[in-house]
Design a protein around this ligand. Structure first.
Ligand SMILES: NC(=O)c1ccc[n+]([C@@H]2O[C@H](COP(=O)([O-])OP(=O)(O)OC[C@H]3O[C@@H](n4cnc5c(N)ncnc54)[C@H](O)[C@@H]3O)[C@@H](O)[C@H]2O)c1
Ligand SMILES: [Zn+2]
Length: 341
């Protein structure tokens, strides 16, 4: 069974296997540039074969792994490859991989010939629930994602069977973001992850998380207001990520615990223990021991979400009831205490 979520120009297909045909109908399309990364090659080759079976000319372009893909140098070499291949205005870029592929493929597609169609086939859970939806693309310069544009895919294809094969470390990265999405927008999604933990149906997790992201992005495409609720756990999470060896998802997990503690103090949020237990149940950390607190405080002082009024954070009044508020130094102290800093 396939679930279809349609939002703006994007249709998202969540199911087992690849849809027939893979791409949205478009008679003028002749060529497809398939952009991929090392960990997703096996899936990319299958997608390439299916596209060839559909009568298209396909060029597979391999990117360096992870953040190494998100540079202007790499974008430049992909443009060169598109020029050699002759990718025209009616042709399509398909990104097969994690969030670094969707960010780079979307960036290249949005700028090549002033914009050609892009389709994403996310192969990590994080990309399926987060990075492939919402149209944000970009590359890193001195800072992360400093250059980019909003460029929506026409289709996002999630093959749940491939996500079920993910190594558990990558699965947990995505589950952290899915839990976050439940906490700010879908109580049932939170409760599903709380109850079923790592064995939760990925089909349901992806469909629910994607529906929340689509809804929030639909109300605030350019990220000027409501979309910020998706940053729940990310203010303290980012500081922890820079100051520790923890991954993004693990840092966000810890950041969510801190944000829940602050919510408890400021807004009488009642479910801190449940959230902490749910995070631990997914195999994610709830504390960071042995990290230098001053370093995290310093990073928070320079956070880009800070303004004249201080740090603005996403907090919870209740499950799936977020607010964005300025917080005091004292609140942040309580949050850091709660994660063992
Ligand atoms: N645009 C957005 O809205 C948005 C949102 C969240 C994150 N992001 C971006 O996404 C990136 C992180 O994405 P990610 O976590 O998916 O990481 P990633 O793209 O860096 O991939 C992580 C690793 O997984 C491997 N991999 C991919 N598919 C696999 C598979 N099926 N099996 C085994 N290994 C596989 C990759 O080769 C890589 O080593 C960051 O650059 C972040 O900025 C963007
Ligand atoms: Zn995140």
């Amino acid at each position: 069974m396939e679930t279809l979520i349609v939002a703006g120009v994007t249709e998202m297909v969540v199911g087992r296997g690849l849809p027939h045909p893979i791409l949205p109908a478009r008679v003028e399309r002749q060529r497809v540039a398939l952009v991929t990364q090392p960990g997703a090659t096996h899936i990319a080759l299958e997608v390439a074969q299916r596209l060839r079976d559909d009568g298209l000319q396909v060029e597979v372009i391999g990117l360096p792994d992870r953040e190494e893909a998100k540079t202007l140098i790499v974008a430049g070499s992909v443009y060169e490859a598109l020029a050699r291949f002759g990718l025209g205005r009616h042709d399509t870029v398909v990104g097969v991989g994690g969030g670094s592929v969707s960010d780079l493929a979307g960036f290249v597609a949005g700028t090549w010939l002033r914009g050609v169609e892009v389709v994403h086939v996310p192969t990590t859970l994080l990309a399926a629930v987060d990075a492939s939806i919402g149209g944000k693309t970009g590359v890193n310069l001195a800072g992360k994602n400093l250059v980019g544009l909003f460029w929506h895919p026409t289709r996002v294809i999630v093959d749940v069977a491939t996500l079920e094969e993910l190594p558990s470390i990558l699965r947990r990265e995505g589950l952290a973001e899915a839990l976050k999405t439940g906490l700010v927008g879908d109580r049932d999604l939170f409760e599903l992850l709380e109850r079923d933990r790592e064995s939760a149906s990925l089909e349901e997790v992806v469909t629910r998380a994607a529906a929340v992201k689509v809804r929030v992005v639909g109300e605030d495409e350019r990220d000027t207001g409501l979309r910020a609720i998706l940053n729940f756990g990310h203010t303290i999470g980012h500081a922890v990520e820079y100051a520790s060896p923890l991954s993004h998802g693990e840092s966000v997990a810890v950041g969510m615990v801190a944000a829940c503690r602050i919510s408890e103090h400021r807004l009488r949020f009642q479910a801190m223990d449940r959230v902490t237990a749910a995070i631990a149940g997914l195999g994610l950390p709830t504390r960071v021991d042995g990290l230098e607190r001053a370093r995290v405080e310093d990073l928070l002082r320079h956070d880009k979400k800070r303004d004249a009024g201080g740090i603005r954070m996403v907090l919870l009044r209740a499950l799936a009831d977020p607010v964005i508020e300025h917080v005091e130094e004292h609140d942040v102290d309580l949050g850091l205490d709660a994660i063992g800093l």
